[in-house]
Design a binder for this molecule. Structure first.
Ligand code: F6R
Length: 239
């Protein structure tokens, strides 16, 4: 894995945006896999700025988000669909046919998951998958114990993940218990992966991801098996 250490989260955001811009400029019809959460927010703001300044043209890209909660009403402010609309699709001028996110309210979540993997394949596969990481090593919502060949599927969220994400909800009881997530196998099929990590609270799991055993106990450790991974982390996460 290639490691890039930045002094601050703001520098991580700039480096990450530059990384994505270079890939899109090299391949204007690039297929991107994208995360939500706190970590990529700065990168999305930098990308929106780059679109406004005409340093990148996103008209021909296609995007697939990693995951979506199950059971939130359509338009719920905590849904990842609304997150992506507010922070990326609208500021970067993406139109609905370009951007994909699992439907967390699908009547048949298993069929939705199968169709999502098929749509990724039909788009030619993911050129660049951007990831964050959970404190327990989850990537997407692939919690510890998930096998490396898992496909997009409906999953149960762990208490640790629900507690970490409770900061976005009024109470922990409002945090959904299930989600649809790309599988680890789906993620590892991306031709290139960019992992973003900020904060001292992620230092331990990042060290385990880079140097620890490759094990389902830390789903992110499977990234060690991918031939083209870049990690951009701030100094607190990569001391
Ligand atoms: C979000 C996702 C998650 C987050 C992870 C880190 O789409 O797939 O794996 O990347 O939970 O979240 P933050 O960035 O909020 O610390």
């Amino acid at each position: 894995m290639k490691l890039i250490k930045c002094p601050t989260p703001e520098a991580v955001a700039q480096q990450a945006a530059q990384f994505v811009i270079e890939r899109i400029n090299a391949k204007p019809a690039a297929v991107l896999g994208l995360p939500t959460g706190g970590t990529p927010l700065g990168m999305y703001a930098e990308l929106a700025k780059a679109v406004r300044e005409k340093r990148v043209d996103m008209r021909d890209i296609t995007t697939f988000n990693l995951d979506e909660y199950c059971g939130l009403p359509p338009g719920d402010p905590q849904s990842y669909d609304v997150f992506m609309r507010s922070n990326f699709y609208m500021p970067c001028g993406l139109n609905p046919p370009q951007s994909h996110i699992p439907n967390g309210n699908a009547a048949d979540p298993d069929a939705e998951a199968l169709a999502y993997d098929a749509a990724i394949r039909a788009a030619g596969g993911i050129d660049l998958q951007v990831l964050g990481i959970g404190h327990n090593g989850h990537i997407g919502f692939n919690e510890p114990g998930t096998p490396p060949d898992s496909r997009t599927q409906a999953v149960q969220l762990t208490d640790k993940t629900r507690q970490a994400n409770a900061r976005f909800f009024s109470t922990i009881d409002d945090v959904p218990t299930r989600a649809i997530t790309m599988g680890i196998g789906t993620i590892l099929e991306a031709r290139e992966i960019l992992l973003l990590v900020n904060g001292a609270d992620k230092a331990e799991i990042l060290a385990a991801t880079l140097r620890g055993p490759v094990t389902p106990d830390n789903p992110a450790s499977f990234l060690q098996n991918h031939p083209c991974v870049t990690v951009i982390a701030d100094a607190a996460a990569m001391p």
